[in-house]
Design a protein around this ligand. Structure first.
Ligand code: 16G
Length: 251
């Protein structure tokens, strides 16, 4: 259980409420709350103190607190449950061990996965795609570019490239690429994945509903068929505030 006194003193400090500033008050409270959550002053799943309590402790109006909280609900950092209060949202914990797809991952967590298609087309591969897929630049590829949502919250942007001999009609993929490949007996069985930190540019940030320059996890996955042929090369941008990748290490 989080301690409200620690939360409020950290929030006061991070929100810079005692300093004159041109930044609207609600934005300062919002940033303060974000920092306090990031610093662990209030734990995942814990309830935020009531709106009135926060407003009194910070010396701001309830409307200011409400606006700050609303912005963080929209960002997916807080969740409001009717009649119960406002809680710190959990991140999706993704083990780095099994070769699963997004739809499967979300379904297993009881969430609904949806897709917003940005592009489904056939074209020629770029040099890095040729290298990853082991094909030459004259071999056509299918491209799947999409925003992926869980319970309507944008989670990641994915750009998948598959050699045309593994996916000849990109329009045939509805929600799950892996379900489609499974039906074609081309489900990958192994993948190499690279993760790094990046800052989101304006277009990616807009799609994910976060401010430009927000941190994200950039992931490249190259997946292989049982005969070791590369079947997909995927570049993805995962919201930094919504995902945690967990790896188990052994001596
Ligand atoms: C995941 C994979 C992606 C794969 C997709 C298939 C990572 C980093 N990426 O998002 O490579 O194409 O799942 O999901 O995990 P689907 O079957 O729901 O389309």
């Amino acid at each position: 259980m989080s301690d409200p006194t620690t939360l409020i003193s950290l929030l006061r400090e991070e929100a810079n409420l005692d300093v004159k500033s041109a930044t609207p008050l609600y934005l300062r409270v919002q940033r303060g709350l974000e920092q306090a959550i990031e610093a662990g002053a209030i734990a995942v799943h814990d309830a935020l103190p009531a709106e009135r309590e926060l407003a009194n402790a910070l010396g701001v109006s309830r409307v200011t607190v409400r606006n700050a909280v609303r912005a963080l609900v929209e960002k997916g950092m807080l969740v409001q449950r009717h009649g119960a209060g406002t809680f710190v949202a959990s991140r999706v914990e993704q083990p780095l061990k099994q070769l699963t797809g997004f739809t499967q991952d979300m379904t297993e967590r009881g969430m609904t996965s949806t897709v917003q298609w940005l592009d489904r087309s056939i074209g020629l591969p770029a040099p890095e795609e040729c290298e990853a897929l082991g094909i030459d630049s004259t071999m056509a590829v299918s491209r799947l570019y999409r925003l992926r949502l869980a319970d309507n919250k944008p989670m990641c942007i994915e750009h998948a490239v598959l050699p045309i001999h593994h996916l000849d009609d990109p329009m045939a993929v509805e929600t799950s690429l892996y379900d489609h490949l499974e039906r074609q007996k081309r489900r990958p069985v192994r993948a190499i994945q690279k993760l790094s930190a990046r800052l989101l540019d304006i277009s990616h940030a807009h799609l994910l509903g976060v401010p430009t320059g927000s941190p994200c996890l950039y992931i490249e996955r190259c997946s292989f068929l049982p005969n070791d042929e590369p079947v997909e090369f995927v570049r993805s941008y995962y919201r930094g505030d919504s995902y945690e990748f967990v790896a188990e290490l052994q001596l």
